[in-house]
Design a protein around this ligand. Structure first.
Ligand code: SF4
Length: 260
């Protein structure tokens, strides 16, 4: 059989590729986020007075507490209200590597200004041993508002290209190694969440993506929620953000898998 090549069409395709250039981000671990982005906050001690009450009062989700002041990234919606009110005391860096393997590690202390890390002792051994080179995830939106879901979807697009690391979302929990939960977990979603978890083969991991999933966010304390699922199992990765940034998610998972 003779293969016919349409030279005009090939030339046109090459022209498009040349015009578009490289679309993927060559290094997702060091790239800078353009424009306005609120990442890891820094609470400055200089000029600090007994202002913790004022801080706490301004935060809509109760993320700020204590004296010295601290911020819980699991509750923070990154609204920037505290920075606008106290610009000399709090600033948000562009550091998007803010995922953690333990809930306590999400608390930023006054004066703390160093990159957040996931330490080997915080990670279950089987995760790195069996899932280090290939991780398939099932995403469950448990009453999410579609913002985190969109960003997780973007993690697999041509820019962020999470698939290059062997990390992908799959359609069935039967094919997954773990689940990524978004949303504050409503009563209606409590049972589907459990069914999905039970369908995933061992060893399986749980990732909470976004403020709503980690703490309930602005819905925390609502009678419409049932978060008892989280009392039963160990959460392996917390990915803060409102919504999460694809770079935060990808770097968090890479760090969990020790894929630096
Ligand atoms: S940015 Fe976070 S800590 Fe600051 S006021 Fe908003 S929710 Fe609270």
């Amino acid at each position: 059989m003779k293969l016919k090549i349409n030279a005009g069409s090939v030339f046109s395709d090459i022209k498009i590729l040349w015009h578009q250039g490289k679309q993927y981000i060559p290094d997702v671990t060091t790239v800078e986020v353009p424009g306005i982005f609120r990442g890891r906050p820094v609470i400055h001690a200089a000029g600090a007075t007994d202002d913790s009450m004022q801080f706490a009062a301004i935060c809509p989700t109760g993320a700020i507490s204590g004296n010295p002041v601290r911020i819980d990234l699991g509750k923070c919606t990154f609204c920037g209200e505290c920075q606008r009110a106290f610009p000399e005391r709090i600033t948000f860096s562009k550091d998007y590597k803010i995922s953690a393997a333990s809930r306590d590690s999400l608390i930023i202390q006054q004066g703390q200004d160093k990159p957040m890390e996931i330490h080997a002792h915080e990670v279950r051994k089987e995760i790195r041993r069996y899932l280090g080179n290939s991780l398939k995830l099932r995403q469950v939106s448990a009453a999410g508002d579609n913002s985190c879901e969109w960003e997780l979807n973007a993690a697999g697009n041509v820019n962020f290209d999470m698939g290059r690391f062997g990390i992908e979302f799959v359609a069935s929990p039967r094919h997954a190694n773990g689940m990524v939960i978004t949303g504050p977990i409503s009563k209606n979603m409590a049972e589907p969440l459990q069914i999905c978890y039970d369908a995933i083969p061992h060893p399986k991991i749980i990732i909470l993506a976004g403020t709503d999933a980690i703490s309930g966010g602005i819905y925390s304390g609502s009678q419409a929620l049932d978060r008892s699922f989280l009392d039963k199992y160990k959460v392996d990765l917390y990915v803060p953000g409102n919504p999460v940034h694809p770079l935060t998610f990808i770097n968090g998972v890479l760090s969990l898998l020790n894929r630096k």
